[in-house]
Design a protein around this ligand. Structure first.
Ligand code: IMP
Ligand code: MG
Length: 442
């Protein structure tokens, strides 16, 4: 039976959380398959506003299995705090499962993350400082510690001792930082292991069996495709292995690629980015920048500040060149266009349809960051609609100019827009077709 992947088509923060929340209605398993607590989802529902970094957004639908898959890296302290926060607010985590193969963010990872950013100078990425990148390097370097390791005291002791000996040399000799204490970490992480033990499972077998039973599995992407290590705006990307693109969903949860039959691409109606790196359509000053960042045209409380770090997001016009590129990379079959309401106060709206690069018009990704920084967006300008749309629930009730804007994005992507969000609340959306293309509204 089909697995459905929900991915971000830009630089993250497209509003995947609420789209996952919507699709988790018909799926019985909801899973995270990559990244770590560098990711952040904001979900607003009848219980209030929640920021999730590790627990899948499906947790609010009590009867669903929620899995943190083998492709995720876990900071146990952060995960335990997130579980406690949910429990305190009356959200059950009884059906949460943690893959025994997921890697663990250890105390040296955030330290190295920050130290490395300093050492990198001009190559600094503007990471979230969560240690996610360094945890993935250790995974690839084959010295990572996995969740199952924490649960086997003797094995963990041996593994930690060897890893720490190496990491303390890196901390002292390379970064001139104090070494970390074995006993302290051993005690703390053994305890974390015990706290996680009730949730730890062979999640690969679980999803494979769910798949065989014909259940729908929702794979929840983290970050956006343009932050992907292989296909994003390298080196200003995140380090997740497997990739955050849809194809990574199979690896990061333990399914074959043929299990993935639908891919929902989430695109914001404009562009945002946190951290460094090229962003051709960025607006760096003026009213339009303020309007996009503060979300003044739409619902309150939708300002563009990071869920994880609180940093102000960079904002800009919808980049059609990059959007078409990511739609193809992910094999997107259905688009969710978010935050249309944030554009409501604008008199006219620009959409980038090509770049001018060294006197040539191109419609593909420039090959280097340098070329991307030189690329000048070629815009089409569309009229704004100048009215609030947060109450609209049917496509036909959107102002003509807003429909025209959605149609233009649909043409650029070459994929139907099936869902449009017009506010942060669960019900503030226009849904025209389900994920299999069946019409919900004429
Ligand atoms: P890292 O993932 O912390 O190593 O950061 C690498 C880059 O990805 C930085 O530019 C971060 O700002 C960005 N990034 C990481 N996670 C997210 C996310 O969930 N949303 C948006 N940007 C992110
Ligand atoms: Mg986010």
């Amino acid at each position: 039976m089909p697995a459905v992947v929900v991915i971000g088509g830009q630089w993250g923060d497209e509003g995947k959380g609420r789209v996952v929340d919507f699709h988790s209605g018909y799926c019985s398993v909801i899973a995270r398959y990559s990244a770590g607590n560098n990711a952040g989802h904001t979900i607003i529902n009848d219980r209030g506003k929640f920021a999730l970094h590790l627990v899948p957004a499906g947790i609010f639908r009590g009867e669903k299995a929620c899995i943190i898959g083998n492709g995720v890296v876990i900071d146990p302290e952060k995960l335990i705090a997130e579980i406690a926060m949910l429990t305190e607010r009356g959200v059950s985590t009884a059906r949460l499962m943690i893959s025994e193969h997921a890697h663990v963010i250890m105390p040296w990872h955030p330290i190295i993350d920050r130290a490395e950013e300093k050492l990198k100078g001009d190559l600094a990425i503007g990471t979230t400082g969560t240690g996610t990148g360094p945890a993935f390097y250790d995974k690839v370097a084959r010295i990572g510690i996995r969740v199952a390791d924490l649960l086997d005291k003797g094995f963990f002791e041996w593994k930690l001792r060897s890893a720490l000996e190496y990491k303390n040399r890196v901390l002292q000799d390379l970064y001139q930082l104090p070494p970390l204490d074995f006993d302290e970490i051993f005690a703390k992480y053994t305890e974390f292991g015990e706290r996680m033990r009730p949730y730890v499972a062979d999640t690969i077998a679980y999803v494979q069996e769910a798949d065989e039973r014909g259940e729908y599995i929702l794979l929840e992407g983290a970050q956006g495709t343009l932050l992907d290590l292989d296909t994003g705006t390298y080196p200003y990307v995140t380090s997740s292995v497997p990739a955050s693109v849809a194809a990574g969903g199979a690896i990061g949860i333990g399914l074959g690629p043929t299990a993935i039959q639908r891919v929902v691409g989430v695109y914001k109606s404009y562009q945002t980015r946190v951290g460094n790196g090229p962003m051709p359509t960025e607006i760096t000053s003026g009213d339009e920048m303020v309007m996009l960042r503060e979300g003044t045209g739409g619902a309150a409380g939708t300002a563009e500040y990071g869920t994880t770090t609180g940093r102000a997001r960079r904002v800009g016009w919808f980049d059609g060149v990059l959007a078409r590129y990511t739609a193809r990379l992910n094999g997107v079959t259905s688009v969710a266009l978010t935050r249309l309401d944030s554009l409501s106060a604008l008199e006219s709206i620009k959409v980038c349809v090509a770049y001018e690069l060294d006197d040539q018009r191109i419609t593909t990704l420039p090959p280097t960051v340098n070329a991307m920084n030189r690329a000048k967006p070629i815009y089409e300008e569309l009229p704004g609609w100048g009215q609030d749309v947060t109450h609209v629930r049917h496509l036909g009730d959107l102002p003509t100019e807003a429909r025209q804007y959605v149609r233009r994005i649909e043409q650029i992507l070459g994929v139907p827009v099936d869902m449009i969000s017009v506010g942060p609340e669960r019900h503030q959306a226009i849904v025209t077709r389900d994920v299999f293309g069946a019409s919900i509204e004429p």
